[in-house]
Design a protein around this ligand. Structure first.
Ligand code: PLP
Length: 635
């Protein structure tokens, strides 16, 4: 448990059972748990192949419940005289089953949706129930963010005729005139918000969503221009919402507090200017503790959901009391904190490449001096000289390569020199691991000696942020956890791209370059036993950011819901077939197949292939077109 820090990032959903398997408790503390390894085996028996994304719908429900419970508690604690109305930002994970489930689970809390683009607006308008009674505040909000053209605004405004109540958030000055024009044309009074560029900045990977030069939002002079334009058209009463978003995954609570304080003042000033303000929308940013360290490290956060809600409620209440104005409905747009936990990516190890750790046994009579030096270095390594011998071995290895390049060392001799060098590193590493303090120059030793675990996935498709912005996700075996993981490895994916690897793993407020893993071939059990790894907290942003590098397509996805009898596969969304991904790049599977058929006929005529071979080739080609893009078990 300690090794993979599962308690830190996994509670209350993931843990380890006595059999050494990861377990999932989708309802958090309120329900039973599932053995993840057994679940994967059961899914494979249904011919659902790996890599496989498992979505636990009950976790989504639990996240919504928690967020609302935290705000309800904060509102009660501080006697806040208004309500919380959260919205889910569709961009975080747009998949239909997720958005529909969230709307269903969010119903008791009037949980709404946020759209950041026209396609997302179209999802929101068709998914959210129309508002029956707009007077009573008991309905989910629909926040319309992002760049807007005429069609976007027209669609949003006309949807009010269907019973929707979209709040159109102005992010660019040009949008004001468009909104005014369209609302006049249809005689529909819009509900308008403004997105402020705060000077309080986020930190970390997504930190530049705020500040004067942020991509979105209005500066204070621009907000005043909006106020003046609305006022000139007697429509200042339409301005009802103030929005800001200082970036995703805010790891420090003090940054959030600063932003709320600034926003609450702007809100108060807008009220003073005569806007009929009703909503303060604090955007996203509520972080996820990916490394379990509970610190302000970028993969973590130094606060919990309750602290977040408390600070928002307390700050806004205080600012409103000081100004003697009505407290707003509090809105947040948390995506990551709602969606991240519910998805786990399961993938299998296909093979490993290990650095040889034993020196070549055969000592030849006329061994080259450099080989003799390396062998002597190997034999002399001990606790007192391990740092010094590391430098000797490295230097001898460099010399061996130079000698080879000048033609003084044969290929066989170079091979021996390299093997001896690895053997030295292995021996030194074993000593270094036992030391309390590891000298700086030896820190890379783990990396040098790491095994490569080839895994059945594409980092570009399934964990885009791990590749693009070095985001850290917890990764661990989902079984064999009673066995000591004696190996240290990095993960290499299926793509022919040297960036298609994972060599940064969570560590306590740090990043480590190797992951503790088990020997791929389990010595105690059958050779064919698969080795499954899980990548956790994958539900936010990864799926839609994934790309088709090397034409590895969408993975299989299952939605699991739990019930008193165990679990049920609510939905199965099959991953892309080869013919589908070929279609994305404008190939037609039928044409390709026909082309190959014609070529086999030609080869048959020329006696370059037998009839049986040609039929096997065509059969394989045709079958592959219908198959998953990832590697499958050999028959
Ligand atoms: N709201 C807006 C405007 C955003 O741009 C984002 C994403 O960056 C979010 C909400 C969701 O943020 P998070 O996933 O950090 O909750």
């Amino acid at each position: 448990e300690k090794l993979y820090r599962i308690q830190g990032w996994g509670e209350p959903y993931f843990s380890i059972n006595a059999a050494g398997h990861v377990t999932v408790s989708p309802k958090g503390d309120h329900g039973g748990s599932l053995d993840l390894y057994q679940l994967v085996e059961a899914l494979r028996r249904r011919n659902i192949e790996l890599p496989l994304l498992i979505r636990f719908s009950d976790i989504l429900a639990d996240r919504i419940e928690r967020l609302n419970a935290c705000f309800a508690k904060a509102i009660a604690r501080y006697n806040y005289p208004n309500v919380y109305r959260g919205v889910y930002p569709i961009k975080c994970n747009q998949h239909r089953h997720i958005v529909e489930s969230l709307v269903r689970y969010g119903k008791p809390y009037h949980f709404g949706l946020e759209a950041g683009s026209k396609p997302e607006l179209m999802i929101a308008l068709a998914t959210l129930e129309p508002v029956a009674n707009p007077q009573n505040n008991q309905f989910p909000l629909l926040i319309c963010n992002g760049y807007k053209d005429q069609e976007y605004i027209e669609t949003a405004l006309l949807a009010t005729r269907l019973g929707q109540r979209p709040i159109i958030v102005i992010e660019q000055l040009e949008e004001v005139d468009l909104i005014l024009k369209i609302s006049r044309q249809f005689e529909i009074k819009p509900i308008v918000g403004v997105r402020a560029k705060l000077s309080s900045k986020g930190i970390g990977r997504w930190g530049n969503s705020a500040g004067d030069r942020a991509k979105f939002g209005l500066t204070i002079p621009e907000i005043l221009t909006v106020v003046n334009r609305l006022e000139a058209c007697q429509m200042l009463d339409c301005l009802q919402l103030l929005h800001f978003h200082i970036g995703s995954q805010i790891s420090s609570i003090s940054v959030i507090k600063d932003a709320i304080r600034e926003a609450a003042q702007i809100y108060g000033e807008l009220v003073k200017l005569g806007a009929h303000m009703q909503y303060l929308d604090v955007g996203g940013g509520l972080g996820v503790d990916y490394d379990g360290s509970k610190t302000n490290f970028y993969a973590s956060k130094n606060y919990n959901m309750q602290n977040y809600a408390n600070d928002i409620v307390a700050e806004v209440k205080e600012a409103c009391e000081e100004r003697n104005i009505t407290a707003p409905v509090l809105v947040s747009e948390s995506g990551r904190a709602i969606a991240a936990h519910h998805s786990v990516l399961i993938f299998d190890v296909l093979g490993t490449n290990e650095v040889p750790r034993t020196p070549p046994i055969a000592v030849e009579e006329k061994e080259h001096l450099i080989i003799r030096n390396l062998r002597e270095t190997y034999n002399s390594i001990n606790e007192d000289n391990y740092q010094e011998t590391f430098h000797d071995a490295a230097q001898f290895k460099e010399e061996a390569i130079s000698l080879f390049n000048f033609g003084y060392l044969s290929l066989k001799e170079r091979s021996k020199a390299e093997q001896l060098y690895w053997a030295c590193c292995g021996k030194i590493l074993e000593i270094a691991r036992k030391q309390e303090y590891v000298p700086d120059d030896l820190e890379d030793l783990e990396k040098i000696m790491a095994s490569i675990y080839y895994v059945n996935l594409s980092v570009f498709q399934s964990a885009a942020d791990a590749w693009a912005i070095d985001q850290l996700f917890p990764i661990m075996p989902i079984h064999r956890l009673t066995e000591e993981p004696t190996q240290r490895g990095i993960l290499a994916d299926l793509t022919c791209d040297s960036d298609g690897k994972i060599d940064k793993f969570i560590d306590l407020t740090d990043v480590k370059s190797v992951l503790e893993l088990h020997p791929f071939k389990n010595p105690d059990r059958s050779d064919n036993e698969p080795y499954y790894l899980g990548m956790f907290l994958m539900g936010a942003y990864q799926e839609i950011m994934g790309n088709l590098h090397n034409l590895f397509g969408d993975t299989n996805v299952v939605h699991i819901t739990t019930n008193p009898k165990g679990y049920q596969i609510e939905y199965l969304v099959k991953g892309d077939t080869i013919s589908e991904v070929l279609g994305y790049v404008q190939y037609n599977a039928e044409d390709l197949l026909e082309n190959i058929r014609r070529r086999t006929e030609q080869a048959l005529q020329d006696n370059r292939i037998t009839l049986e071979e040609s039929q096997l080739l065509l059969q394989d080609y045709e079958r592959s077109l219908r198959r998953y893009t990832y590697l499958m078990d050999n028959d």
